[in-house]
Design a protein around this ligand. Structure first.
Ligand code: FES
Length: 162
């Protein structure tokens, strides 16, 4: 269930930029994925109201659109933090201490992996191999790879994000 802050935000959403995109996509086969991608680009995630709007405009059922949005990891149904912290717990990172790094970040941020801080500062995710195994353990902060982590260093870097 949405908290009040998020619900108000959803009501205040301006759907006009999305409508411009949907005007172009309407009637095209396979329009749901590009519509969701564009919507996420506009709003940063896929609010319930946006999903419903896409379904209505593309003459699809809400269940269909939700099905696509939940199937692909690229789509977010909840508002994300201003900063994205993705910790790798793939095999190479795991054996080199990733669980301790993740645990330290969870503790310091007061959230579990997969969650966003209440002030929407950071979203913490765990992923499995970022293709930089030689630098294990690795995390990606806002798209930037940081390697050879120890828990204190990881916490320090994430604390610097404002
Ligand atoms: S296992 Fe972590 S980068 Fe490959």
């Amino acid at each position: 269930m949405l908290d009040q802050k998020q619900a108000l935000t959803e009501e205040d959403l301006d759907l006009a930029p999305l409508d411009a995109v949907l005007d172009e996509l309407a009637g095209q086969d396979g329009a749901v994925i590009p519509a969701l991608q564009k919507a996420q680009g506009i709003f940063g995630y896929l609010p319930t109201r946006v999903i419903k709007h896409i379904a209505k405009r593309l003459h699809a059922s809400e269940a269909q659109v939700y099905g696509v949005a939940t199937f692909y990891a690229q789509f977010y149904l909840a508002r994300q933090g201003r900063h994205s912290v993705r910790c790798c717990d793939g095999t190479a990172c795991h054996v080199r201490g990733a669980p301790k790094v993740i645990q330290a970040l969870e503790q310091d941020l007061g959230i579990a992996a997969g969650e966003t801080t209440p002030d929407y500062r950071v979203t913490l995710e765990v992923v499995y191999c970022l293709g930089s195994c030689g630098l294990a353990p690795v995390m990606v902060i806002d798209g930037q790879v940081v390697g050879r982590l120890v828990p204190d260093k990881a916490v320090q870097l994430v604390r610097q994000l404002v």
